[in-house]
Structures are given as C-alpha cells and as structure tokens.
Design a protein around this ligand. Sequence first.
Ligand code: NAD
Ligand code: UDP
Length: 335
Amino acid sequence: MIASLYSHRRPVAVVTGGAGFVGSHLCERLLADGLEVVCVDTFETGRMDNIRHLLSHKSFSLVEHDVTMPLDLPHAQVAEFYNMASPASPPMYQRDPIRTLKTNVIGALNVLEFARSTGARIFQASTSEVYGDPQVHPQPETYWGNVNSFGPRSCYDEGKRAAETAFFEYRAKYGVDVRIARIFNTYGPRMSPEDGRVVSNFIVQALRGEDITVYGDGSQTRSFCYVDDLVRGIVALMRAPVAPTAPVNLGNPGEFTVLELAQLVISMTGSVSRVVSRPLPTDDPRQRRPDISRAGELLSWQPEIALPVGLSRTIGHFRAELDSRDSANALLVAL
Ligand code: NAD
Ligand code: UDP
C-alpha cells in the first residue's frame, strides 16, 4: 500500500481520521482541489462506507494506521497535513478514556514529529470542548475555558487542550507551520447513526418513530454547523497566506436549545415520535455558541447553510441509509 503512495506527483494531503464523518468530506474536497490524498485511519469510529466511493480514485490512498504510533509515510511532497483522528461523540470518546487521551496527546506529538521532519503545514482539529462548561457567552478564542480535569469528558477536553499546547510548542521550538481550528458542533451526511450525538440520535429516532431522548430539560444550547461550511473553513484556515498566531473558532453562531432541535426534527420528518426526558450527563455544558469574528477577519469565512437546510439534507441521508439497511435485513430474513 505505502509503495503505491504519491504515484501521481501532485502535492499530497494527509488526512488522519479521513474515514470519519468530517474527515471523509475533507478528503473529497482535497481530491476536488487536485491534491493526492492519503487517508490514515483505524476505523474505530470511522466507516469504510464513508470512503468506499473514493477507493477507486487514482489520487486516493488508504493507510490503516494508529496515530498513537509514529507515522511512517514517504516524506516527499506532503504539502498539507490534517489531523482529524479522534472520536468526537461523548459516548464514543468515553468508551475508552485512556485511549482517547493517548490518541489526542500522543497522536498530536506523532503527527507533529512528522510535520517537523517533512516541513508539512499541519492542521489540528481542536474543539469547542476546550471551553468546557463556559461562563463566557458566546465564546471568543481569548476565553480560557472552564474545564473539569477529571470528569467523564476530561479525556477528550484535556486531550485536545494538551494537543493545542503541543502544536504551539512545536511552532515555537521548530518553526512548524501550525493551524488550529476550535470546531463547534458539526452535523451532516455520514454521521454514524450509532455514534450517539444529538443530531444523529434525534433524526434516527424520529425516522424510526422511537422516543426522542432529550437529556435533562432540554434547555441547554448548542450551535450547529453544516459539514460543508466547516470543511470550507478548515481549508481556508490551512491555506491562509499568514498562519494565525492562535486558534480560530469555526462554527455556526445560530444557537438552539436541545428541545428546539427535537421539535424541529420531529416537524421536518413528520414523525409520530414523542419527546421523553433522560438524565442529563455529568458536566454537560449548559450553553455553547462560537464568536466567529476572528474567522471572519482572518479568513473572510462565515457559515452559509442555515439549520433547516442542513437538517433537510442530513435527514435525506439518514432516510436512505436506514432504508437500505431495512432492505438488506428483509433480504436476509427472506433467505
Ligand atoms: P469521527 O469519529 O466520525 O471521526 C474520527 C476518525 O478518527 C474516525 O474515522 C476514527 O476511526 C479515526 N480515529 C480515531 N482514533 C484514531 C487513531 N488513534 N488513529 C487513527 N485514526 C483514528 O468524528 P468527526 O466528527 O469526524 O470528528 C473529526 C475530528 O474533528 C475529531 O478530531 C474531533 O475531535 C474534531 N471535532 C469534531 C466536531 C464535530 O462536531 N464533528 C466538533 C469538534 C471537534
Ligand atoms: N443530547 C440529548 N439527547 C441525545 C444526545 C444528546 O439531549 O440523545 C444532548 C446532550 O446532553 C448535549 C447536547 O444534546 O446537551 C449535545 O450533545 P452531543 O453529544 O451531540 O455533543 P456535545 O456538544 O455535548 O459534545
């Protein structure tokens, strides 16, 4: 597999976590830009179905590799390195917290070593979780956050915070060209129906006519960004002529309560589902909305897809995926 990499002599982009929800959209965008794309993944939360359509593309390669181990890729021509590898949904990153911490911290050090030795520019997918349960609202990048260092979310939040430190220390000591986005809740086609995040849970529950599980009283807020907007922001940040000297928030400032989201999904799917209350997870942030003025000033970026438009596309995706699963199951029963 490695020997066949870089066969087309185009600039190369490496995407760790490229088989995941966001990573697969990013791979598509980079291929469309004419780069040769190397997707590095372990498939622990990513899915082959997300990238199956890319496998026959002459400029796409897949390397099954764990970022907690040093990267051994041919060095030539890597122009852009995107580090997207990490579970992102709370139930997924809490499945094995020590592994999540290792992926985010040791993984960051490994990808930075690769960038240092090759001269590749490197992007880090950081998160709004570095703000924890924020006491400043909306959250600007200058806010230092309110994070529990040993709660159930800490493996992810602190892992991502330590990764930011590693990126800026490699910049300071070795002059690595680092770009860090703090990504706020993003949704869209190719989210896994099983991954437990609120948008995927509500859509799948609504389409199946199951109860919509609102945690707590549903008054907590989130701001939801459509994946195409996010990918446009990531690439704009990576290609900005001058590297920002600090992280940049990427997200959609449109803020909704979880209950509002549930009602919107029910009305858009025409579902008979009812809303039920479930316990609020420990340390669940009360409110979240990005201040995106820095992205506007540095990248001329702002999101364009409003929640109902993005939700409608996402519902279409889930409907097709669930229908095809039902057909496959019916076939199995018939056999
Ligand atoms: P995802 O779970 O769909 O994708 C993550 C990918 O990383 C998966 O393909 C997984 O198999 C892979 N991976 C995990 N551990 C790995 C390891 N040790 N080595 C190699 N590959 C590994 O999640 P996503 O929503 O696509 O998120 C992508 C990135 O963006 C993550 O770093 C996440 O923390 C960050 N992010 C996402 C959001 C969001 O709302 N989607 C918000 C903030 C930050
Ligand atoms: N949530 C919910 N029902 C679900 C899944 C999530 O009410 O089935 C809530 C969760 O408690 C949180 C918000 O929705 O307040 C967003 O959760 P998600 O896991 O998508 O991401 P988070 O922003 O918490 O990392």
